[in-house]
Design a protein around this ligand. Structure first.
Ligand SMILES: *[C@@H]1O[C@H](CO)[C@@H](O)[C@H](O)[C@H]1NC(C)=O
Length: 291
């Protein structure tokens, strides 16, 4: 009796460990987890895959894309942005699915003239619909050192974090008809490219290619995420990324500080754009309460 229930629980333990390992990825190596997206030799992977630089020269930018597709998870990346005159450059770290009704969660850094601030631009697309921009200045010089930028995505909400400070939360309000990414697995992308048609002061300031090559550094990619390759999404349905569920009191306090000081643009506050009424997800009852 005792021993059969012992073997029973051992079996269940091993089974759950197996399921957990088959759907989770821990840590992150640029060599084993990513493929080249564009720019070929402009992607330079170092330290046995633990760090990488992307280069944008006068001909081409560069980027990588994850081999795996993920449905929910927490994705951390340490980034050191292009220093000096980076106007017109765009450094992007984002999740995206493919196809017309695609989902996407974006962190983009829009470069600037020397001494002028980078703009951190975030957006969420769900079922092909974007337009949910929220932009920030940073409270440090992002070219001086590495800082951690994270996307934490589960079926209930998306949190975007800078050095573990939440700066943006989007809650799932599918039940009132607001599209939210819950069905399509996404890949992780990291790119550096010339976006000078729009990036710096809405395209006014162009890239200065006499400063090329532009180089950005990346390291310590870490994903705790559910792998959903070839449409195998069943295991991931209720994945919540483990310990990162909601925002605790301290995180809410930090987020309030960021919102009061560092927001440059918030589509939910753009009454000119939404003269006929803000999107549903912008209503108070559909946003995270920080008090
Ligand atoms: C660049 O600097 C200007 C002037 O400080 C600022 O208005 C702008 O938001 C900054 N960022 C971008 C990407 O244009």
């Amino acid at each position: 009796m005792a021993s059969s229930s012992y073997y029973g629980s051992l079996f269940l333990l091993l089974l759950s460990l197996f399921l957990w390992f088959s759907t989770n990825v821990l840590g992150g190596n640029f060599n084993t987890l990513f493929d080249n997206l564009f720019g070929e030799e402009r992607v330079d992977i170092k330290e046995d895959g633990n760090s990488m630089t992307l280069t944008l020269d006068e001909y081409c930018g560069s980027g990588i894309v994850s081999k795996n597709e993920y449905l929910f998870g927490r994705f951390d990346m340490k980034i050191k942005l292009v220093p000096g005159n980076s106007a017109g450059t765009v450094t992007a770290y984002y999740l995206s699915s493919v196809g017309a009704q695609h989902d996407e969660i974006d962190i983009e850094f829009l470069g600037n003239l020397t001494g002028e601030p980078y703009l951190l631009s975030t957006n969420v697309y769900a079922e092909g619909i974007g337009g949910r921009e929220m932009q920030f200045y940073l409270w440090f010089d992002p070219t001086e050192d590495y800082h951690m930028y994270s996307i934490d995505w589960n079926p209930e909400r998306i949190i975007i974090l800078v050095d573990n400070n939440p700066i943006r939360v989007m809650l799932n309000r599918q039940r009132i008809g607001v599209p939210f990414p819950t069905k399509r697995p996404m890949r992780v992308y990291t790119t550096l490219w010339n976006g000078d048609s729009w990036a710096t002061r809405w395209g006014e300031v162009k890239i200065d290619l006499t400063n090329a090559p532009f180089v950005a550094g990346f390291k310590n990619f870490n994903a705790i995420a559910c792998i959903a390759n070839q449409g195998q999404t069943a295991n991931c349905r209720n994945y919540n990324g483990g310990k990162y569920k909601g925002l605790d009191r301290e995180s809410k306090r930090k987020m309030k500080q960021v919102l009061s000081k560092w927001v440059v643009y918030d589509y939910c506050a753009d009454l000119r754009r939404y003269a006929h009424g803000l999107p549903y997800e912008c209503r108070k009852e559909n946003r995270i309460q920080l008090d």
